[in-house]
Ligand binder design. Sequence first.
Ligand code: FES
Length: 119
Amino acid sequence: MALYKLEEADLVSEGYLKQISLGEKSVVLACGASGPRAVEPYCPHAGGSMAAGKVIGDRLRCPMHGYMFDLRTGYCPRASREGFQPLRTAEVKNLDGCLYLEVRDGADIFEAIHPAALK
Ligand code: FES
């Protein structure tokens, strides 16, 4: 199990949005109304930069075409209709005031996603 430090927790509040490098990969740390989540950096629709989007409540709006993704599940109402995957999103842990992404050994960063999110 690997823990990747993302940010000091007291620097993150609703609306926070930042791309964070984790070695060769990166994630976007986004904080919605329900708290912070890590999401993949590029939109599954056509590759928009999610770090350049906007957090609205518990959703993240892609800057390229404006599609909205639920930060908690990755769900986008247009994904199944248009045949693309939801935004991959993962839980963020607060340990002693720092936010971390936990990844199983040998796993892709977003294999930690709950399967229920892929609806
Ligand atoms: S690239 Fe994100 S909505 Fe199209």
